[in-house]
Design a protein around this ligand. Structure first.
Ligand code: NAD
Length: 296
């Protein structure tokens, strides 16, 4: 069997187009545009690229963007003060603090300081809590991208055995939470899974992964998932982004697993492009939340 390749790039473009149309409508209705403020501390080359891509994507969607570049020596207090300023700025609807922050900065304190209604990454405890109760304000971008990809590729999760490898707060845990809900971002068929999460302390990992109808991998280890870890006919979603020389590879041994799976995401061009698309969608949503706050 050779797997169908799931085209995340095309789906991301489709979602970005949908957002662009909706942004044009809200601008016409309100005379104002949604605006995303990005905060970049230090000069990590990968972060610079991510932030630039996010700015360009905002521009194409008609969303305003502001970039705040701070030197690597910035203190936690200085960063908190900027975040507070953005929290209180009515022209800013979404705030994104680019991770990773330099080691000396208290990342938890900074992320906790972002006003929940401007938290377009959906990392704030209030937004995590709302999501886990099945009434999300915003959904975290990468896991939401995975759910959209599955839905738009016609892959239902309801009643399926889904195994998530990785338990990070950014990808693994929120995915588990979304898959478990009675209704997902795209309805009931895009939720209601039987979910198992495995991680670095799980013994006999392959025994569990081989049960998966849908295997989602987010660990940050190049080519970690081999063909022997996948049930024949499974859908394999690779969230990993690992640098290998000048190129990027996923957490899945793509060429070997492609011969076993029924569908697979490539890296690059799979989950990656969806993250920015979902960030744009959250920024539009944050604008709507702000408009509602003004009228109530
Ligand atoms: P993380 O380092 O925060 O978490 C990794 C998780 O993998 C941990 O929970 C750990 O228990 C698990 N793990 C590590 N080694 C393991 C092993 N040998 N066996 C089983 N589990 C193991 O990483 P993260 O932020 O969740 O990111 C994971 C990957 O996804 C990275 O490659 C990252 O670059 C990528 N990522 C991609 C996007 C995107 O836009 N596509 C967004 C976020 C993260």
């Amino acid at each position: 069997m050779t797997a169908r390749v799931l085209d995340g790039k095309a789906i991301a473009l489709q979602i970005r187009h949908e957002v662009q149309l909706e942004v044009a409508k809200v601008i016409e209705a309100t005379g104002k545009a949604p605006c995303l403020a990005a905060v970049l501390v230090g000069d990590d080359p990968a972060s610079q690229v991510y932030v630039r891509n996010k700015e360009m994507a905002c521009h194409k969607a008609g969303i305003g963007s502001q970039l705040f570049r701070l030197p690597a020596e910035t203190t936690t207090e200085q960063l908190l003060s900027l975040v507070e300023q953005l929290n209180n700025d009515p022209s800013v609807h979404g705030i994104l603090v680019q991770l990773p922050l330099p080691k000396h900065i208290d990342e938890r304190r900074v992320l906790d300081c972002v006003a929940p209604h401007k938290d377009v990454d959906a990392f704030a405890p209030e937004n995590v809590g709302l999501m886990s109760q099945g009434r999300p304000r915003y959904l975290p971008c990468t896991p939401h991208g995975v759910m959209q990809l599955l839905h738009r590729e016609g892959i239902e999760t309801a009643g399926k055995e889904v195994v998530v490898i990785g338990r990070s707060d950014i990808v693994g845990k929120p995915l588990v939470s979304m898959l478990l809900q009675k209704s997902g971002p795209c309805g009931e068929s895009n939720a209601n899974a039987t979910v198992t999460c495995v991680h670095s302390r799980t013994p006999n990992l392959s025994e569990v992964t081989c049960r998966a109808d849908i295997l989602i991998v987010a660990i940050g280890k190049a080519n970690f998932v081999t063909a022997g870890m996948v049930k024949p006919g499974a859908v394999v979603i690779d969230v990993g982004i690992n640098r290998s020389g000048d190129s990027i590879v996923g957490d899945v041994d793509y060429h070997a697993v492609k011969e076993v799976a029924s569908a697979i995401t490539p890296v690059p061009g799979g989950v990656g492009p969806l993250t920015i698309a979902m960030l744009l969608r959250n920024t539009l949503e944050a604008f709507r939340v702000a408009q509602l706050k003004m009228t109530t």
